[in-house]
Design a protein around this ligand. Structure first.
Ligand code: ADP
Length: 492
């Protein structure tokens, strides 16, 4: 299958979050399955052309609403993909739009011309296949930044005489980010006025670029089955639940995979000791080293880890609500996170009050994230919503029992320690329902009880480490969805 994959960030070239990880790993996995998949992304200042061996090529000129934008198409390929399954990457360079710090923001503020930047990118991206002399059967766009391509395919797409437009798939990675812009910017999109109505791109008086993906894709998906259902409700839909419900039959969920070459305790270069499912003794050395590094007493107390963006989404405020009670329990808590300054300050103040129990690291620190996954006994993720979540998947592989809220991808990937799941040997974590501090506290108490029952605990660790969330599996599900989209587009 020929797949054009569009994303505003792709690891390792440029990354702000999970979207980049998916955009690097999924195309690579599809190529390994034998598909001809190619990526197009912006060439930001952060993209290191010499390091990745990128070369400059032809020019693409677009003139949305009479304003000319010139892009240079740079070429490269995803590194570390096998020569027999390469993934070509096109990078669209435009100094005015992309030669600046920050992919979407600078100093915590969105770039004011984001609509202009990404709409021009979407227009130019559609010209890339022509330069490659290659026609995709499926165009796969991700999140609001690339959503417009799916509409431009209909309004501005160049077609071979008699040729059908390609099938399209749109993936929602986080409905919390919609690409909202003031109505005055609508003319910059170069679309007829009838695309600014509540049935099209208008959203309560603003332009909503995500809607282009929701409305004009052949099929759409999110990154877990539960999240795909949740976003059809007012609680999680952010006002788009009606639009999503109307497309219920075209909407599905596919869990993200894990890059087990980076995240496996048997070969993780960041760890002081390695271990695997057959022999977990190395995990104890990881725990001791983590306690030492964090200035916590080196002792047998259960150690709970958290690695997270500090935002309300992640339920950090719930933990703060009951932090004093939590720290009364026989446990230690290590938190690595950055984000909301108020949450950062509150956590650091708490750590000063209880230095023997709580260690807080205000940073984005990849090696420490690995050491926390390996050295902790439990991992806490009390998210209010969670499209997929990666950290609980890492925790499972590291034999670190996740305590999660029953939402989105957390609900789909952690098997709750109910009496029947424990009896069946399938339990891999503790799952709680309510988004409250009280519920977090109760879940931690329950987890500590299980921790004290050594044979139960060992069985849970074994079940957790055996869970398989490899990209290969998810890529097969995406390939099946592309097939379905091609069939559906043929009937449009
Ligand atoms: P989200 O994409 O919503 O932030 P995920 O759980 O899907 O949440 O992915 C978060 C990724 O970012 C994980 O790989 C996690 O280890 C990493 N991460 C988050 N915060 C930090 C941090 N402070 N330091 C290092 N890595 C972090």
């Amino acid at each position: 299958m020929r797949i054009l994959f569009l994303s505003s960030e792709v690891a390792p070239f440029a990354k702000t979050g999970g979207l980049a990880d998916v955009s690097g790993a999924l195309p690579a996995a599809l190529a390994r399955l034998g598909h001809d998949v190619r990526i197009v992304m912006p060439k930001y200042a952060a993209v290191d052309a010499p390091r990745w061996g990128l070369t400059a090529g032809e020019e693409i000129v677009v003139r949305p609403a009479g304003r000319e934008s010139r892009f240079t198409l740079w070429s490269g390929r995803l590194p570390e993909t096998a020569p027999e399954a390469p993934v070509p990457c096109g990078f669209l360079a435009n100094a005015r739009f992309f030669d600046r710090p920050g992919l979407y923001q600078e100093g915590g503020k969105d770039h004011p011309d984001n609509l202009d930047r990404f709409s021009a990118f979407c227009r130019a991206a559609l010209e890339v296949p022509r330069l490659w002399r290659w026609q995709p059967e499926v165009v796969h766009a991700n999140d609001w930044q690339t959503a417009l391509t799916l509409l431009y395919l209909r309004t501005h797409g160049a077609r071979e005489p008699g040729g059908a437009p390609p099938a399209t798939l749109f993936t929602i990675h986080n409905l919390g980010y919609m690409g909202l812009f003031p109505a005055e910017q609508f003319p910059l999109l170069d679309l007829p006025r009838n695309y600014f109505t509540p049935e099209t791109l208008e959203f309560y008086g603003n332009v909503n670029l995500l809607k282009a993906g929701l409305l004009y894709s052949t099929l759409l998906n999110t990154v877990s089955p539960t999240y795909s259902r949740e976003i059809q409700t007012p609680e999680f839909g952010n006002g788009l639940e009606g639009v999503l419900r109307a497309r219920q039959r075209d909407l599905s969920g596919i869990i993200n995979g894990v890059d087990y070459t980076q995240w496996s305790p048997e070969r993780d270069a960041h760890l002081p000791a390695r271990y695997d499912a057959r022999d977990v003794t190395g995990k104890r050395a990881c725990k001791r080293a983590l306690q030492k590094a964090c200035g916590l007493p080196v002792k047998a107390a259960p150690l709970i880890g958290m690695v997270t963006r500090l935002t309300p989404q992640k339920g950090v405020d719930l933990v703060l609500d009951v932090l004093d009670e939590l720290l009364q329990l026989e446990l230690q808590l290590v938190i690595l996170g950055s984000g909301d300054p108020a949450l950062e300050r509150a956590l650091e103040a708490a750590a000063k009050r209880a230095p023997a129990k709580l260690s807080v690291h205000r940073a984005f620190d990849e090696p420490l994230a690995h050491r926390i996954e390996a050295g902790s006994d439990l991992f806490l993720m009390p998210s209010k919503y969670e499209p997929c979540g990666l950290n609980q998947l890492y925790s499972l592989r590291y034999g670190t029992i996740p305590i999660v809220r029953r939402t989105g991808g957390l609900a789909d990937t952690v098997v709750d320690a109910t009496p029947s799941n424990l009896a069946a040997g399938t339990a891999t974590g503790v799952v709680f329902e309510t988004a409250s501090g009280h519920a977090v506290l109760n879940a931690v108490r329950l987890a500590l009880e299980l921790y004290r029952q050594r044979s139960v605990w060992s069985q849970m660790i074994a079940a957790a480490m055996a869970a398989d969330f490899s990209w290969d599996r998810s890529a097969r599900e995406y390939a099946a969805l592309y097939d379905r989209a091609i069939k559906a587009a043929g009937h449009e």
